[in-house]
Design a protein around this ligand. Structure first.
Ligand SMILES: [Fe+2]
Ligand SMILES: [Fe+2]
Length: 313
């Protein structure tokens, strides 16, 4: 049997499960709750706080779980009695599972559809809840979750900037999905090359860059023969390290507005990871270092969003 990971934050207590819920414990998968049963509040709270168990469904239950999650997300996001924090936790859970699934199984259409839905929910929660972006950025994660967290950050901030730039809904959905999957090929780098993800861009040698930049082409290779991935998304993923000065792996100098947003936001969030600078310092650095790599207009959009969303405090 093949198993698919899920986050327990995407399951609610007192709600009939439409799939069998498994945990991975002592090197084996155990059915923890059967379909048709519900988790009590008590049990659920305990599951949420303990970090030992990982949760899974069988591959054959993916469709059932997705339907469960989509309904739950729609209800939760539309419910005025649910606070922003809870909404954010659920959407983050959905997006994190989706990205994790794409990393492990990039050729899975169901993982891709889950990613599209998660990107849409993320956009929805940010659009309708003033504090959501700040809450998403404020979350701390464990080191092995860095790339997933980075993908969520880039998705959330890119989509917010695109909204301010009056991009179409369709474009924002494409941007959000592309942002969630833009780095799916990083875990496929050679183990010895993985630390490059944590190395400041300024310190990357030409050899480092050649190796590190492979993740753009690799992601394209993983996705390009999939009929359900549209061209807009493929281009965004392939060009996410490109800049207006042609410093990216594809040496592209003309970027679409969406490509420029994605590359700039990726750069911003990546700096915080690699340089360990505060948001304020990171913005200041970018306003100096990245002139010519992004248009001043776009850098100012970044500044504006960081200010108005309270991300600089
Ligand atoms: Fe990247
Ligand atoms: Fe990235």
């Amino acid at each position: 049997m093949d198993f698919t990971p899920l986050r327990i934050t995407t399951v609610k207590p007192q709600r009939s499960l439409t799939f069998d819920l498994y945990i991975f414990f002592k090197e084996q998968y155990l059915c923890y709750a059967k379909r048709g049963t519900t988790l009590t509040d008590d049990k659920y709270q305990k599951l949420k706080v303990q970090k030992i168990a990982k949760f899974f469904i069988t591959e054959s239950d993916e469709g059932n779980y997705q339907k469960f999650l989509d309904d739950l997300l729609a209800e939760t996001l539309a419910n005025p009695n649910v606070n922003t924090e809870e909404k954010v936790i659920m959407v983050e859970g959905a997006a994190s599972s989706a990205v994790e699934r794409m990393q492990k199984n990039p050729g899975s259409e169901s993982a891709y559809r889950a990613t599209e839905n998660a990107a849409r929910s993320l956009r929805d929660v940010i659009k309708n809840n003033p504090d959501a972006l700040k809450k998403i950025f404020g979350k701390k994660v464990e080191k092995n979750e860095d790339i997933i967290k980075h993908s969520l950050n880039v998705c959330a901030l890119s989509v917010k900037i695109a909204e301010n730039c009056r991009c179409s809904d369709e474009d924002m959905d494409d941007l959000g999905t592309a942002a969630l999957i833009h780095d799916i090929a990083i875990p496929q780098l050679n183990k010895n090359d993985l630390p490059l993800f944590y190395k400041p861009k300024k310190l990357l040698t030409n050899d480092d860059k050649r190796v590190y930049f492979l993740h753009c082409k690799d992601a394209l290779t993983l996705l390009q023969d999939k009929p359900y991935v549209n061209k807009n998304i493929l281009e965004l993923v392939a060009n996410h390290e490109e800049t207006l000065s042609g410093s990216g792996p594809n040496k592209k100098k003309k970027l679409t507005k969406l490509e420029e947003i994605l590359s700039m936001v990726d750069n911003y969030d990546k700096r915080i990871i690699t340089n360990k600078t505060t948001p304020m310092q990171t913005l200041k650095d970018m306003m100096i270092d990245e002139i010519g790599n992004y248009s001043l207009e776009m850098l100012n959009e970044l500044k504006k969003v960081l200010q108005t969303e309270g991300l600089l405090q």
